[in-house]
Structure formats: structure tokens, C-alpha cells
Design a protein around this ligand. Sequence first.
Ligand code: EPU
Length: 388
Amino acid sequence: MKYLRHGKTRARNRGQCRTSEPGAQFTAMLYSQAVPHSQLQIQESVLLAPYTTFRIGGPARFFAEVGSEAQLLEAVEFASRRGIRMFILGGGSNLLVGDSGFDGLVVHVAIDTAPEIRTGDSFIEHTVAAGVDWNSFVREVCEQGISGVECLAGIPGLVGGTPIQNVGAYGQEVSSTITQVRALDLEASAFVTLTREECGFSYRRSIFNTTDRGRYVVTGVTFRFDRAARPDLSYADLKRHFAGWQRDPAPLDVYDAVREIRHGKGMLIVEGEADCRSAGSFFKNPVVLESVLAGIAAALEVPVEKIPHWPANAGHVKLAAAWLLEKAGFPKGFVMGDAGISSRHTLALINRGNARAADVEALRDAIRGAVRERFGIVLEQEPVEVGE
Ligand code: EPU
């Protein structure tokens, strides 16, 4: 399996326990399922910007890269002994870190142990460590001709981040293949296994980012794939892409197509491309009452069909936030100081090079204000805000 490891020698393998209390050892025996002691390196004043796709953010007072569940326990112990806050960092692709940084311990989850694979006549199941690169996992699954995550190609970040906001794109969401999430329950001080139902998934939501925010640290995710499943190409962009095809696209064809489409929209991280210094979609697509849709149509004096919208739960529709931004005066390529809007996708706010969190927040507030004034809709921010 190619997605097993990042292939780099991690500091943890070489490391001495280095903390501001020299020689301090952190054992995790308080935890019921404690694993053997291992050494953890804790650094001080580590700039967070390089750990985020936005390339924005001040320093973390303490920073630890954890490569195992044992090290995660040590990190938790360190934070609780000192009575400091803890923030769990994955791939940094959905984060806006404040300019003053984070006055606590940032735990970078880099657990990338070998996956467990279970096969049956009709299914294949991968249990994947949280620190594995998401796209590498998707590619591996597609290369095996298995359908279930091909539409989620090119999404930056790590496997452990995907259940948090129920990552979705091009008609697919991780909640349709996730069967279990393994996590450290910080309240119970124990590792737990949550079923799909217990994760409470819906559009961009789960218990991890709503009711139980901050309670769990995801360490592994189990995906179950139906061997008979075939790619679903109903999403408009995919339909267009495969229009002239003479054969049914395989998962790997869809993987390639999705990456190409994302690239066209500046939603693929390509080093050096300005539109890539972003956190992907900055706002969620709002779900509103049907009457709101009618109100917008009336205000703009256009028929309802001219307004991009999709069915949602009873009596509601989902609107395209990108379209609302454009109609409120914030088109692609819009510039406001060092922050801006991607030249290829209106929903992605970007760091034009030297932006600080304050620049992005100023643009965000201007956009939110305009959309609220024009349409009476309050846009919800997608990236998580960290620190001060
Ligand atoms: N649109 C515009 N202008 C644009 C882009 C889109 O008006 O610049 C309108 C169009 O009407 C278009 C509609 O918005 O038909 C939907 O656009 P798109 O298919 O690009 O999807 P999105 O709703 O803007 C969502 C996800 C993306 C995901 C894409 C593709 C959210 C908040 N975002 O974007 O996820 O890649 O669908 O499925 O649900 C992310 O979460 O960071 C992310 C990139």
C-alpha cells in the first residue's frame, strides 16, 4: 500500500524528550487503555503559518508532532498538567489561525501506521490512520478499481480530518463510506470506536464539529467499499467532463477528472499558484426556506430557475454561496489589501502573498455584511478559526 507512510524520517524516531522542563517524562498510565511509554518532543514558539494551506497564522506556544496513540496521550497529559488549551492540527487545510497564534499546545497528528484491510466477497474495508495523506489514500483505492471516494480526489489534508466536517465534493461525502471512527475521548480519557450513526453526519457537519466539538481526537477511520459500486457521475461538472466517453469511466478516470476540474477552479494545491493559498470554500452553501429563494428571485427580478439551487430537507433549498457573493459585488479576482478572492472560484478567499489573518477577516466581514444586506442571508464560515 503506497499510502502507508509519508516516507520521511520523523523527529520522533530520533528524538530526545525536549521540553521546557528538561528531563520531564510524561507517562500516560492514567488512561485505561494506556500504551507503552514513548518519547515525545515538545517544541516552543513554532510558527503555524507553514502548517496551513492559507500560509497564515502566528506561533503556537507549544507544539508536538504525535506519531502514535501513545504519544497523543503524552501530549494530552502535558497540556492537562500545565492547565493549557490544546488544539489538534491535521493537514491545516481548513484553518484560519489568528495572527497572535495559539497560547497553548498544538498537537500535530501524524499517526501513519499501516492500514488494516479486511475483505469479503462483496466488500473491502480499509482502516486508515489519521495522519495518512487523504489524496494518497483516495488514489490507492481508485487504482484498485474500487468506487466510493473517487470524487473526493485532490482534497488537501489528512484522513483524520475528513469525518470532522464530513468532507464532500462532486456528489460524494465521506459519510457514505465511513463505518467507524476511532478516537481518543478526552472526557472519558479512553480510546473509543464510534459507528457512522454515532458520528451524526450531515452536510459539512458531524458531532465532532457541533455537539461534541473538542471532545474527540480522531486517530483512525474505517471505510467500507461495496465492490459492485460504480462511480456516480450525476454532478454537472462530471457529466460535462465525460459527455463524449464511449465506455463507463473507472474510479481512476473519475479521480483524474476531479483533480482536473478542481485545478481549473483553483481548488487543487499546486505549489506556487497564488489561488492555492486558501482554505478551500470559505463559506458553507446556505440551506434556506424555499420562500427565501422566491424572495431573492423577486428582488433580482429573475425567475427562480435562474438562481442556482438544489433540494435540501423538507421545505428548504441549498443555495450556491459563490453565486450569492458574485451578486453581492464580490466577483472572482476581487482584491482587498493582501487578501482576495480566487480568480477561479468565488468561494475561495485567498492570501495574495503577505496576508495576515486580520486581512482575511476584514474581507470575510465585508462579504458577509453585503450578502446579509442584499439577501438577508447570514453566511456561515467553513474554516475553523484558531487562536487569537
Ligand atoms: N458558482 C458561482 N461562481 C463560482 C463557482 C460556483 O456562481 O465561481 C455557483 C454556480 O452556480 C455553480 C455552483 O455555485 O453551479 C456550485 O459550484 P461548485 O460546483 O463549484 O461547488 P460549490 O458549492 O461552490 C462545493 C464544496 C466544495 C467542493 C465543490 C464540488 C461547499 C461549501 N463547498 O462548492 O468543497 O469541492 O462543491 O463539489 O460545500 C471545500 O469545502 O473546501 C470545498 C472546496
